[in-house]
Design a protein around this ligand. Structure first.
Ligand code: NAI
Length: 700
């Protein structure tokens, strides 16, 4: 046994307690300790039954993910679990908190399972690019049938105990979380009823159901397009219908090891850890956030209403200030609509909604309503003059120490800050639309922003359950700056001869939910038009202009909201490509004197990705992003980048930086200004390093 696994006896019931940090992860020491403890139970003549339980908040959180990708060390979990299952005396898993992944597999190796009512059990492995590797795909179908296995495992299911009980995955629910006592009582009842060991291995082979397997494969081929773990999990479940448990476990393990070696596993694990590391910044160490009891929002338009909704969803009182009563009423109506859909999705009850609208939300005219808020977020029109006027008012009314934030997408936050008497209290909090749904929050730290104001931005993100990323001030910060570059790469391909529909399809094939021209239609071609106008006015216009996009805009084809843009939309907003658009683009090519060429899908993906990575390297070189992982999280959480690829910088590492650099140099031959490789990329290649080597510095 080890320090993390305790064996004791309570009368004739033995109890094994796993006690390994916050999540009771199945680290090497725990696997070893569990094996030893089980052997001790086998030899303990005074013990008639065994209860396995977890110390602290939960049963067992899962495998120790930090051991993934490293050489595995014996004893392996499947072997330990077989020893548990082979016990001749009954073994009870007593679950509270969560039993996930390997943790649930431990419970499945026991002969009986009792779970606290509010416990959660499940097999979320596919969300990390692997399949259950210690019996999950074999024992679940044997215990509860293939339908249950096919419902839970490919979906990375985490089920409430009640649902698990209905499906037969647990045998009983307990009212309390005192699982030592509940487990012992349950074991005693079993003994009193004359119940003995009940290994899943001895249960009959589950029946094969051709239709169910076909339906599951069709569903997941579509739902998790391009991903391998879901379909492999289904294959593993099918094996359970063909062999005995021992052989099934062997095949499952082989498939698991195969998944461990995939780039998708590397990408998903990278995304998982990166999301946790975004808040670990040296500048935040030991810095306490300011109070966040009540916040304000200036401007209750699209973004302001969304931000206010996000606050209410987290039960944070919010004051929205608008220009006039009509606009204030409109803001309240929008927020009410947002909360109504939260009620519909089961996120809150009608009573909670009414309570929040009545006591949590104030929609007012006049800045005085903000005199007692701890933080205010400005979300008025994107215009420096308007923003400065708003900040002058905030400066006038807000209490000392209050944080003054702007949701600007592009404007210079240093300039906004400098217009106030307290620039150290000013920060950018860049939400994404719809703000109550999108996870990403760029925390834009200006030159003079105080450290505890930055910490308050991160604290707000935590309250609102957002994924925060630290960014520096520049045009577009991290996300929109990189976006404008890869969009420009797409436009260059279209001008050179690719159809926007081919570009969209290739980008979807890469794993994005939508291609850039579908996104343009969704956001509205008016937005793109205005952005180009702004950039031209600021002297920042790109040398290649999508003149066809201006044409579409002038034709009133501004995308989904007008029924036509790049695509033609039906009532269900399903888009169909339009040959007229291809013709319009061809005419623009001719005007520009471009000799049309063609692109393979692979070439389209390469150019799109290389543009993204190269701008990412520049963003890093300029100090706008602290680490490559911050860029990866930005693109995954805010721009639909396929999570299974980890992020653009991770993609570059997996592709190999020398290959990325060679591609950029090849593209630069015909367009040197746009494709010039970032100095940081050249440096990393010359030093034989990758982006990940920049993730491991202090704080990472
Ligand atoms: P919007 O036009 O929907 O809303 C702006 C609101 O501000 C209007 O309701 C207007 O009445 C109000 N307003 C204007 N001046 C005001 C003042 N002096 N006092 C109080 N209220 C005032 O605009 P939207 O889209 O919500 O954008 C707001 C800000 O958020 C802009 O800075 C924009 O760049 C930024 N943003 C927008 C995103 C988007 O997807 N639309 C995404 C991220 C940031």
């Amino acid at each position: 046994m080890t320090d993390h696994v305790k064996y004791e006896r309570d009368g004739d019931i033995a109890v094994i307690t796993i006690d390994n940090g916050a999540v009771n992860a199945l680290s090497h020491a725990v696997r070893q300790g569990l094996g030893v403890a089980v052997d001790r139970f086998a030899k303990d003549a005074d013990a008639k039954a065994l209860v396995i339980t977890g110390a602290g908040r939960l049963f067992i959180g899962g495998a120790d993910i930090s051991e993934f990708g490293k050489p595995p060390k014996e004893p392996f979990l499947p072997a330990v679990l077989n020893r548990i299952e082979a016990q001749e005396k009954p073994v009870v898993a007593a679950i509270h908190g969560v039993a996930l992944g390997g943790g649930f597999e431990v419970a499945l190796a026991a002969h009986y399972r009792i779970a606290a009512k509010d416990a959660v059990v499940g097999l979320p492995e596919v969300s990390l690019g692997v399949i259950p590797g210690a019996g999950g795909t074999q024992r679940v179908p044997r215990l509860a049938g293939v339908a249950t296995a096919l419902e839970m495992i490919p979906a990375a299911g985490r089920w409430p105990a009640g649902k698990a009980l209905e499906h037969g995955l647990v045998d009983a629910l307990s009212d309390t979380n005192d699982m030592r006592a509940e487990g012992i009582a349950y074991a005693k009842t079993l003994l009193a009823d004359g119940k003995g060991a009940r290994p899943i291995a001895a249960m009959p082979r589950p029946e094969f159901d051709a239709e169910a397997f076909k339906a599951a494969r069709d569903l997941w081929a579509k739902k998790a397009k391009g991903q391998v773990a879901q379909l492999t999990a289904i294959d593993a479940i099918e094996v359970a219908t063909q062999t005995d448990l021992a052989d099934g476990l062997k095949t499952e393990r082989e498939l698991f090891m195969k998944m461990i070696d995939t780039p998708q596993r590397a990408g998903l694990i990278h995304a998982f850890f990166s999301e946790r590391k975004v808040t670990q910044l040296p500048e935040l160490k030991g810095v306490e956030a300011r109070d966040l009891g009540k916040i304000g929002v200036v401007g209750g338009g699209l973004m302001g209403s969304g931000i206010a909704t996000a606050a209410l969803l987290s039960h944070l009182p919010v004051v929205v200030v608008e220009q006039n009563q009509e606009a204030a009423d409109k803001a309240r109506a929008t927020i009410t609509k947002n909360l109504n859909s939260a009620v519909k999705r089961g996120k809150m009850t009608e009573g909670q909604r009414d309570q929040l609208l009545e006591h949590g939300l104030t929609c007012a005219v006049g800045y005085d309503a903000l005199s007692d808020v701890d933080l205010a977020i400005e979300a008025v029109f994107e215009d420096m003059g308007v923003k400065k006027a708003v900040f002058a008012e905030l400066d006038r009314v807000m209490k000392p120490g209050a944080v003054m934030a702007t949701n600007t997408s592009y404007l210079d936050i240093n300039e906004i800050a400098a217009s106030t008497s307290r620039p150290f209290d000013v920060i950018g909090l860049h939400f994404f639309s719809p703000a109550h749904i999108m996870k990403l929050l760029e925390i834009v730290v200006a030159d003079q922003t105080a450290a505890d104001v930055t910490a308050t931005g991160f604290a707000l993100a935590k309250l609102l359950r957002k994924t925060p990323v630290r960014a520096g001030v520049c045009d577009g910060f991290i996300g929109n700056r990189i976006l404008s570059t890869f969009r420009a790469a797409a436009d260059r391909m279209v001008l050179a001869g690719a159809s926007p529909y081919q570009v969209d399809a290739a980008i979807r094939d890469f794993g994005f939910a939508m291609g850039p021209y579908q996104v343009a239609d969704l956001a509205g071609l008016d937005i793109g038009f205005m952005t180009r106008q702004r950039k031209a006015a600021e002297g920042k216009a790109d040398s290649v202009q999508p003149t066809w996009a201006d044409e579409l805009y002038h034709m009133g084809r501004i995308g989904q909201k007008s029924g036509r843009g790049y695509y033609i939309y039906d009532d269900a907003r399903k888009g169909t490509p339009d040959p007229e658009v291809d013709a319009l683009i061809a005419a623009e090519r001719e005007k520009a004197g471009v000799a049309e060429c063609s692109f393979t899908d692979d070439e389209i993906q390469r150019r799109y990705m290389c543009a993204m990575v190269n701008e990412g390297a520049k963003v890093l070189g300029d100090g706008i992003a602290a680490r490559p992982l911050d860029i990866d999280v930005t693109l995954v959480a805010g721009y639909g980048f396929p999570r299974f690829r980890g992020g653009p910088m991770k993609w570059a590492d997996l592709t190999g930086l020398p290959t990325v650099l060679a591609d950029l140099e090849r593209f630069a031959e015909s367009d040197p200004a746009f494709w010039a490789p970032a100095p940081l990329l050249r440096q990393l290649v010359s030093e034989g390093r990758d982006f990940d080597s920049l993730n491991t510095g202090e704080g990472a």
